[in-house]
Design a protein around this ligand. Structure first.
Ligand code: DX5
Ligand code: ZN
Length: 221
């Protein structure tokens, strides 16, 4: 297993003072910025695009930026996000006509590539492309909104994804997104996740460092 990574979802940050809020959460001990892109088409909500990613880089955010594309189509945004400073780009396989091509496109722009699985999306989308995948992201809520409850069936799916990764021998990250908090993070890690997105649990807290420390304590058990 690779070291655990905590990735605050900035969907729950204060958009009016985004640079400061992202800097604060990194200062509080986070590892990765999770950047949720919603298009009011693939998901019923609208958030931010490459210009905001670039603005965070210009502001001095140097941490890896994990761009979670909840958009359809996917490919036109890949070069733009790569140029805007994305480190990882993940997309939902149902939103791309040519999954293999999109994975190659992301990697050809120097970013790590990942597939995102909605709660009811089968892991069989990994067949035949596992060697091109750096990250498997399992959604533990239906995408579109922060602050939803973790769907327990995701724990079995995490275990299945962990088996696929371990059997492949590839250094693939297993990321979980939706409803993660200090109370359930230990069970989620036990099921096989090694990268944890948390939006509301971190940004709704008065003290970011306290929540992140609690999460790390749970992960150390
Ligand atoms: C949902 C997003 C998540 C979400 C997580 O579509 O992909 O990243 O913001 O938020 P919480 O942790 O509040 O469930
Ligand atoms: Zn996300």
């Amino acid at each position: 297993m690779q070291p655990y990574l905590i990735a605050p979802s900035i969907l729950s940050a204060d958009f009016a003072r985004l640079g400061d809020d992202v800097a604060a959460v990194m200062q509080a001990g986070a590892d990765v910025v999770h950047f949720d892109v919603m298009d009011n088409h693939y998901v019923p909500n609208l958030t931010m695009g490459p210009m905001v990613c670039q603005a965070l880089r210009n502001y001095g955010i140097s941490a890896p930026i994990d761009v979670h594309l909840m958009v359809e189509p996917v490919d036109s945004l890949v070069p733009q996000f790569a140029e805007a400073g994305a480190s990882i780009i993940t997309f939902h396989p149902e939103a791309s006509r040519h999954i293999d091509r999109t994975l190659q496109l992301i990697k050809s722009h120097g970013c790590q590539a990942g597939l995102v699985f909605n709660p009811a999306t089968p892991l069989s989308y990994l067949d035949y492309v596992l060697d091109k995948v750096d990250v498997i992201l399992l959604m533990s809520v239906n995408p579109g909104f922060g602050g939803q409850k973790f769907i327990p069936a995701t724990l079995d799916k995490l275990a299945a994804a962990r088996d696929i990764i371990d059997q492949s021998g590839l250094p693939i990250r297993l990321e979980i997104d939706g409803g993660v908090n200090p109370d359930n993070i230990a069970d989620i890690a036990a099921a096989g996740a090694d990268m944890f997105v948390a939006g509301s649990a971190i940004f709704n807290a008065a003290d970011y460092a306290e929540v992140i420390t609690k999460m790390r304590q749970q992960l150390a058990k």
